[in-house]
Design a protein around this ligand. Sequence first.
Ligand code: PLP
Length: 474
Amino acid sequence: MLNTENSSTIQAATELLIRYYAGMEQRHVKPVIEPQSILNSLPLHPPADGENVGEMLKDIEDKILPGLTHWQHPGFMALFPSNASLPSLIGEYLAAGMAVNGMMWDTSPAAAELEQRMVDWLRELCGLPDSFEGVIQDTASTGTLTAIIAAREKALGYSGNTKGLSGTKRLIMYTSDQAHYSVEKGAKAAGIGSENVRKIPTNDAMEINIQALELAVKEDIQQGHQPFMVVATLGTTSSLAFDPLLPIVAICQQYQLWLHVDAAYAGNAFILPEYRHYLQGVEHADSYLFNPHKWLFTHFDCSVFYVRDVRHLTNTFSANPEYLRASFTDNIRNYKDWGLPLGRRFRSLKLWLVMRWYGQKGLQAKIEKHMSLARLLRQLLENHHHWHFAAPPLMNVLTIRFVPDNSLTSEEVDQLNRNLLAFINADGRFYLSGTVIRGQFVIRIVPAQSDVEEKHIFELYELMQQGATQLMPD
Ligand SMILES: *Cc1c(COP(=O)(O)O)cnc(C)c1O
C-alpha cells in the first residue's frame, strides 16, 4: 500500500491540506451554494480505468473544498464544534495507515490495551470516579442507545435478550424536555417507543423539574407500568443547562432506575476543576458519556462511554461464535462485547497523541481560553442595552436576543432576531445558529474552535452591532 515511491503523493495531499488551512478565513464558513450543484459536477458513472492522482487532488480542491461547511474555521460558532488538532490529525493518519480492526483483544492487542489506558486517563483528567470503566464509541447517540438497551435488560433480568419485549410491562424512561433528540431516537431503536419517554418539564434555568420527575415516576407505577431509566443532561444542547444530579440520584435509588448521564459537550470542560461541582453524585450514575470529538481537539469520531458495572454491557452484548473465540478470558478486554458494533476503529491512538502533545495543563488552558472568549463577547455586548441574555452563560454558550425597543411584541422581536441571524451568517465570516428558549427565539453562539482568538470575537461584535444598527426600527 505504501512505499517510498508514493511518498510524493502523500506529500501532495498534505500540501493540499496546508493550502486549505492557510486560506480558511477567506472562505465563507458555510458555503453559498445551490442544491445539486456539486452532484451535477460529478460524473454520472465510475471510471473504467484508474485515474491520475494529480487530477483527483485537483478535483478535491476545485469541487469539494468550496462545497464544505468549514468546521475548523474559527468563525464556526453555530453547532457544538467538532474541533481538531495536529496531534489528532497525525493519530488519525497513522491509525488509517495501520488499518487494523480492534474488534477484540486478539485482533489487535495494542488497540485494546491503549484504549483501556486512554479511557482511564480521560476519566482522571475529568475528575470522574475510579469505579467507571470506559469504552470508545463513535457518537453520543450510540452511547445513549447502548445505555438504554443495557438498562432495559437489567430491568428485565436479561429476558428481553432472549424472549423479546412482547408480554413485558410497559417500560418507561424519563428525561427533560431539553434533552438531546438522541434520547428519543435511542428509545425508538431500543424498542421502548417514543410514547414511553416522559419529557419532564424544566425550570427557569432549563434544568429538569425534580418534583415533576418524581410525580411522573409515581404515576407510572400506579398505572402498572415499569419505570426503568432516567437520562440526565449535563450541558443541554440548546442552552447548556445542567440537570442537578444529586436529587436525580436519590429518585433513581428509591425507584431502582438506571441513571445515564449525557455530558456530550460540557463533559470536556470538567478538565477544569472549577466546573466539577456539576458532577456531584455522578459516582452513582450507571453510565456516563462525553465527546472528546466535540471539544477536546480530537477528530470526529470519538465519544467516550463509561459504565459503573460492565457486566450489564457484556451480559447484553456478548456473543461468542467459534470464529471469535478469544485466546484469553481474564485480564483482557474484548470491546466488541461492550456495545453494538463488532468492527472498531483504532480511535485511542489520536487520543494518546492529543493528551501527550498538550498535557493536562495545555488542554486546560485551551478550554479556559474558550470560556474567556465567551466572557469577552458578553462584556462587549453588555455595554448596549439592546442585547438581552436569555440565560446566564455557565460556560461558553451564549444565548442572546436583540431587543431594540420594549414596545415591540414578542413575535416582532423573534422576527428581528431571525433577520439579524440571517444578516450575520450572510456576511460569511461567522456561522451562528438560533434556538428557542421559553418560547423566544434567540441567537446562539459557541466560541470553541481550535483556532478562535480574541480578534474573531471583536470582529463578531462589530458585525453584530452593525446588524443591530441596520435593523433598528426607527
Ligand atoms: C451533540 C450532542 C449529542 C449527540 O452527539 P453525537 O455524538 O453527534 O451523537 C447528544 N447529547 C448532547 C447533549 C449533545 O450536545
